[in-house]
Every structure is written in C-alpha cells, then in structure tokens.
Design a protein around this ligand. Structure first.
Ligand code: PLP
Length: 400
C-alpha cells in the first residue's frame, strides 16, 4: 500500500486537524458514583454536569432493586426482546410506564438513541416528510436523515417557519419531531401550539422528552403532563431512563397500534439485545421515587431560582430555561475552555460545550442541577464564577 493511504496516516492527519481547530475532545475518568461530589482523575470536585437530575442514579433503594434482580435474573438478558430476552421485569416496567404517561402502551428500548432511530425509521420513509426543530438532539436528526423521508429542519421554536414549510409539502405521512426540553439550551418546545398545528396539517407529532421526564409536571410526567397533553395531542412520546430516572435505557409511549408497529418494524428494537432485566427492575423503583418524592422537583426549582438570580447579578448571559439545564453563554470557544479550566482549579466541574455540538459563537458552560445539590453548592459555584469573572460574593444566607 502507498503509505499515503494507510489507515493510521489518514486518521492521524484528520485528528491533527481536529486538534488544530481546538475541537479535540477527551474523556475524564470518573472514579466515584455519579453525585454532586465526584472524584475525577484522582481529584474531588463539586460537579454540575450530570443528567441525574433527581439524584436517583445512586439511590440506595434503586441499587437494592438492581442487586436483588441480578440475584434472581442474572446479569445479561441473553437475547433480543423478540427472541427470548423479554423478561417479566421488562414487561412490568412497560406496563408501569404506560400508566405513568397516560398512554395505552409503552415499549422499552436499550438506549434513547436507538429509540429515536427505531421509531422514526419505522414510521416514515420514502414519499413521506419529516420536520425537525434545528436544535433537536443529534439522534433525532440522524434518524430523520436515515429514514429516507424528505427531511427538513425548521428554525428553533418558530411555528411560522414550520407552517410555511408544511404549506409546501405533499407527502403521504408527515411527522413533526421536537425535543420537549432542548438538551443544550434547557428551554421548552411550545407543545400545545405544536400539537394544534400538527392536527391542522394532518401531521403526527413526536416529542423526545429525555430532559422533561422526572423534572417537569406535577408527578414528574414531563412536558406532556406540564402542558396537559394527551395521547391524541402527542401521539409519539419518547423518554429516556438514563437521565432523571437515574438508570439506563429508553421508551416510546403511545397507542396500541403505534407500539405494535414498532415491535414489527423498528430495526433498533428487533436486532439488539434486551437491556439487563435488573436495569428494568431498578427503573421500576426509580419510577416510584420519581412520582412520589415531590421534594426532589421542589428542591431543584429552589436551586435553579437561586442560581438564576445570582448569575443575573453577575451579568452572565442565561437562556429562557426553568429546567435543570442552565447554560451560561460565553461565546468564544477558547474563552469557555479557559473558564472551565479555572473552575476546575477551584474544585468545580462543568463541561464546556463547543461547536459542532452548538452553533459557532454560542459556546457555553452547560450547568446542570440535581436534587442532590445543596444551596451552599450553588453559592460555591456563583462565588467561583464571580472570582473568575470579577463580581460580588454570594452566600452567608444561613441556608444549609
Ligand atoms: C440523552 C438524549 C438522548 C439519547 O438517550 P440515551 O439513552 O443516552 O441514548 C436522546 N434525546 C435527547 C434529547 C437526549 O438528551
């Protein structure tokens, strides 16, 4: 082979380019459970970067359910759901998720990425049209491209832009897909208006509520509960279990016909091993905690309110978010990296999010809160930011 075409030479050239563009990403090694205090590469940090919004990932009852189920069901499920891997724990969790979401049925997937991929490609294809908010999660965008349907992205939360595009469409099936809570901005989709617009245009609405479930709604029922939207309004409702549920996996909830369609046609459902039954068993406990322990959502709201007031006093640029995702917009890629580094030196872990994950010029610190955090930890964060950016000190309020 001409060395110019050898795999390591080709790849190392592309990696060098990535490094030169300051977009090289690397992983940190977590040496503790996911919690508000973590140990990374041997050092302790107060962390504001997990999606464990309700603090259930490390909850003793969830751990006990996992251990107990591992004792009775073993570790691996050993097969796909359709072959012989669908256990009674999976089945019970699906039934409980259907009740929780107020839908006829729910179907478990091994990950959220696979749920989106499997649902979208099973529902639309050639001759159909799919419209996605341009800030949708990568898994939804990838699925739209892979589906073979005519794929269009509309401006973020812009219903006029969406309607203009729908006006020019003549497709057999039309699917509109949005995040319930946008993962990098933390804002909500205008779901009641989107549901009405979908009905008017004979389109189906799919909502990915990965960041809404557990955090929004009276009983943690997410965006649909928050806005009071039924199965008819949002016929395809997706949730993940690796965020507020604190475990792993995902589900789609909807009508009997929707779920049967996914079982028959969803390739990422059919051709993969079922999640370990113990994960399903643990999730059944976290679902109960998520519904019953309202204090977790209330405490989250207190943390968010405290942070927003403090950050605004510091003159930081926040987004229109009441979710646990509270990004601080910095803009410049190099500057956001520098601030994240200075926070780390002060024992605070926050991830800098840069292009291509977000638009150029909108690099940010993606601050996320968990019910595990204390108000004192929020003050610690605000004081560190104040130190780095120049400003007043917070705390001494007597709380915690
Ligand atoms: C995390 C996330 C997913 C993917 O879920 P996984 O279970 O992590 O694969 C999908 N959609 C959104 C909006 C997410 O934030």
């Amino acid at each position: 082979m001409n060395p110019q075409f050898a795999i390591d030479n080709v790849l190392s050239f592309a990696l060098t380019e990535r490094r030169a563009a300051k977009r090289y990403r690397s992983r940190r090694v977590l040496e503790s459970p996911q919690a508000s205090q973590v140990v990374v590469d041997g050092k302790p940090y107060t962390a504001f970067c997990s999606n464990d919004y309700l603090g259930l990932a490390n909850h003793p009852d969830v751990i006990a359910a996992f251990q107990h189920a591992a004792n009775s069901f073993g570790v691996g499920s050993g097969a796909s759901h359709l072959v012989a891997g669908h256990s009674s724990e999976h089945h019970a969790l699906e039934e409980e998720l259907a009740v929780f979401t107020g839908r006829e049925r729910a179907l478990l997937f091994s990950t959220g990425y696979m749920a989106n991929m499997g649902a979208i490609t099973a529902l639309v294809g050639q001759g159909d049209a799919i419209f996605e908010d341009r800030l949708n999660h990568a898994s939804l965008l990838d699925a739209g491209l892979l589906s073979g349907a005519r794929f269009q992205r509309f401006l973020h939360n812009d219903l006029t832009n969406l309607q203009n595009r729908l006006d020019k469409t003549h497709a057999e099936r039309t699917l509109i897909v949005v995040d319930g809570v946008f993962s990098m901005d933390g804002d909500c989709a205008p779901l009641p208006e989107l549901a009405a617009l979908a009905q008017k245009n004979n389109a189906w609405l799919m909502v990915d509520d990965a960041h809404g479930f557990g955090c929004l709604g009276k009983t943690g029922g997410g965006s649909a509960e928050h806005f009071g939207l039924s199965q008819e309004d949002v016929p395809i409702l997706m949730g993940t279990l690796g965020k507020a549920f604190g475990t792993f996996g995902a589900f789609i909830a909807g009508s009997e016909n929707l779920i049967e369609t996914l079982i028959q046609f969803s390739r990422s459902y059919i051709y993969t091993t079922a999640m370990p039954p113990a994960v399903a068993a643990a999730t059944r406990v976290s679902l109960r905690l998520l519904q019953e322990e309202h204090w977790r959502r209330q405490h989250l709201q207190e943390l968010i309110a405290r942070f927003r007031v403090g950050a605004q006093q510091l003159g930081l640029q926040l987004l229109d978010s009441f979710s646990p995702i509270q990004p601080i917009i910095i803009g410049d890629e190099a500057r956001v990296l520098m601030i994240a580094e200075q926070l780390a030196e002060r024992g605070i872990l926050i991830i800098a999010i840069r292009p291509p994950t977000v638009a150029p010029g909108s690099s940010r610190l993606r601050v996320t809160f968990s019910a595990e955090h204390t108000l004192a930890q929020v003050d610690q964060l605000l004081n560190a930011l104040s130190d780095i950016l120049g400003g007043t000190q917070f705390g001494d309020s007597g709380h915690e």
